[in-house]
Write a protein that binds this ligand. Structure first.
Ligand code: MF3
Ligand code: CO
Length: 274
């Protein structure tokens, strides 16, 4: 099909300006969520606040009701992923505990365009391993963003994430990927968090990608699977709860996730909503 050769849709400057506003809403509300994170708070409270704030800004949620491939519709506006939950945790009434780490993944639809960003935050004071995991995952995102320039390749993004994560002894989750973003939350291409420099489609001005590295600590099950397939092999590195959404590490080890929507411009990477 000719369609398959079209590749990612390129966004105009005006469209990127709207996407910047959609992401500004996401980033602002994520900051408000971050302020609510403390021992004793619940992710249900955080979700309720975020839903109200979206409405105040005339925005909608791309997450709530989202139901890909026969999954039950996602029931909330934010994904709240505690400790060994990698992504897609569902807000609930359990109290956050001192020492937990909490992934907050949030989106908006504003003037027909989708914004999408995520971060992982500590609940009170966390241990040094949790801190290093969060810091390294944030750095992986920053290094990947630096690759968002005309003439680089999709594989440069994955390679930047993988090199940094593995240099610190962490595993890059393979099961989930970043994505093109625009009028739809998930557009072409898929953005792998591992790969080889110079491979994949060349990046062009007007591409907007949601880059979202997910890293975890390596436990014994994951270690033996990695030994079997090698560092670029395909492996099962996620187990999903009965709710169909909550995605956990196979060993119960900690995971972290950071995400930004980023445009390729002639002047270099533009992190939307910042
Ligand atoms: N930010 C995630 C993504 O890029 C969240 C989507 S899952 C949802 O895929 F169910 F919450 F929508
Ligand atoms: Co995303």
């Amino acid at each position: 099909m000719l369609d398959r050769m079209k590749g990612p849709t390129l966004k105009s400057r005006d469209e990127i300006a709207i996407m910047d506003r959609a992401n500004r809403i996401v980033v602002e509300i994520l900051e408000m969520m971050r302020d609510m994170v403390k021992p004793g708070a619940t992710t249900a409270q955080i979700n309720a606040m975020a839903e109200e704030e979206l409405a105040k800004r005339g925005a909608k949620s791309p997450f709530k009701g989202y139901a890909p491939m026969g999954l039950p519709p996602y029931p909330a506006v934010v994904c709240t992923s505690v400790n060994d939950v990698i992504v897609h945790g569902i807000p609930n009434r359990a109290k956050l505990q001192e020492g937990d780490i909490l992934g907050l993944d949030f989106g908006s639809i504003f003037q027909g365009f989708v914004g999408d960003a995520a971060l992982t935050v500590p609940v009170g004071k966390v241990g040094p391993k949790a801190d290093l995991l969060m810091q390294t995952t944030r750095e992986c995102l920053e290094l990947a963003v630096e690759e968002m320039r005309p003439g680089r390749h999709l594989g440069d993004i994955g390679a930047a994430v993988q090199e940094h994560a593995e240099s610190r002894g962490f595993h890059v989750i393979r099961t989930f990927v970043g994505h093109g973003i625009g009028r739809k939350m998930h557009e072409e291409p898929q953005v792998y968090n591992f790969g080889k420099r110079g491979r994949g489609v060349p990046l062009r001005e007007g591409m907007v990608l949601a880059i979202e590295p997910m890293l975890c600590e390596i436990g014994s099950k994951l270690k033996s699977r990695l030994e079997r397939v090698g560092s670029n092999g395909i492996l099962q590195d996620v187990k999903t709860d009965a709710d169909g959404w909550t995605a956990r590490t196979v060993d119960g080890t900690l995971a972290a996730h950071f995400e930004n929507s980023v445009a390729v411009t002639a002047n270099g990477p533009l992190v939307l909503g910042k």
